[in-house]
Design a protein. Sequence first.
Lengths: 288, 268
Amino acid sequence: MLLRKIAGHVASIAALVLLGGLLSATLVRLAPGFDSDERELDPSLSAESLRAIRAEHAAQNNILRFYAHYLRGAVHGDLGTSQALRQPVGNLLRERWPVTLRVAGIGLLLGWLLASTLAFAACLWQRPAGNILGTALSGAFLCIPAAVLALASVIFNSPGYLAIALIVFPKIYRYSRNLLAKAYAMPHITAARARGLGELRILARHALPVAGPQMIALAGVTISIALGAAIPVESLCGLPGIGQLAWQAALSRDLPLLVNLTVLVTLVTLLANSGADVMNYVLRPPEA
Amino acid sequence: MKAARYLACVVVLIVCGLSLAANWLAPAGYAKQFREVPDSPPSRAHLLGTDELGRDRFARTLYGTRISLLLAPAAALVSTALAALIGGIAGYLGGIWLKLARAFTDLFLSLPWLFLLITVRALLPLNVSPLVSVLITFLILGLLGWAASARVLSTSADALRSSDFVLQARASGLDGPRLFLIHVLPNLKPILYAQFWISIPVFILSEANLGILGLGVAEPLPSWGSLLRELEGLISFREEPWRLVPLLLLIVVMTSFQLLLSNEEVTA
């Protein structure tokens, strides 16, 4: 049953990534300026070279052929060449990915730590002050654009992962707080409290098992939020990661690089969401 | 809470009113340069000083607020209409259409929002006229921001499809677009309104992020995003606090929107 679930997820991820790639390739093909090549302006190129450049573009006119060519290359590890940086996309991804993994990873961990501490404290403390503090803090950070938090990180000379932590924190806090509040409103928790069970025990034994599955699903979603937050944070803090690369690619309209990045990030997000779903299944298999 | 909501409503109305009155309140146009006083601190002539090109910051803040506050609801309208079209109709039709719409929605939702925005923005020409850049920025927000709303709407329309009154209407011979327009769509209205209001602050923040990254509204047109871009050169928040006014205004408006939307709506 578990294997069937995993196989279903793998098939759905493959279909979505292929569909996403086709969609991206179509958009790239239809983007204004796709047919023109700066090299054609080079006066030193011979007529034969210009013909070869035009023939290269003509071969990409058919979207399906263009996408099939891209997929054939991708299967062999060739993701094309960045137009702006004149480097193989595969090399760029290998160089930049560890930076993003570290920054977004630490940021995500810190964000979860802060949000879950405040959410648990608000539930355990049972006083309005705890709830107000968490709600005010998360509300304040929800109102500030991610890029402004990244700029603040530069001004205060603080590490980039702190900005990512503050970007993901409000979303995690609000959602997990609501989940816990719903769990705490259930009658079995009132009964447990009436029987004199300690608050910590109620949280661990009765509230978390109810809210847990959705919190695991939230963990998958927050990976996507952290990767999105990496764009302004890495761009403005000067961190050479995938986010900065995406920003540079967008500013220079480096479409092949941008499409590869989008497909890669989609793949990571889908894997994270499916991983969360499978984990939920393993922890709480459906009753037969 | 009710008082806070009233206050939030008043604040949004005041900010909207001030931005609409920019033509009368601002000492000059947003692009007018006072070349003799570039980068000047606040004075009687320039309430928030001037930027490095000598343009009045107060005027730019008012005009920028107008652009952000008027076009974010327009983008929200586009995204809600698309969500109603894709999610509502797929939910109403059910079966393979619902599955297809959900797969397409999942694909959109699996992409980090900012990645999607900058990718699509980069597909379109970057060196365009300021007016075109405004239209492109907010149209992209509207055209890409439908997925989450469509998911909610498809679920609701799917539930309505099998409801008693729809079954009865079907039994009475009503079917197709007429049934959707007369019975299903009016019942989706509360969700459509909620999704519309939720989208506005999301689009305001997205425009601000795009603007700071240099992919938003083009100069000399101001918007909250392009105004916040000025913060990039700031060494300390205490150095020139008047430069923070657009950010404070944005935070005040966003807080007001948060108060106007109920807790459930914000976290949906």
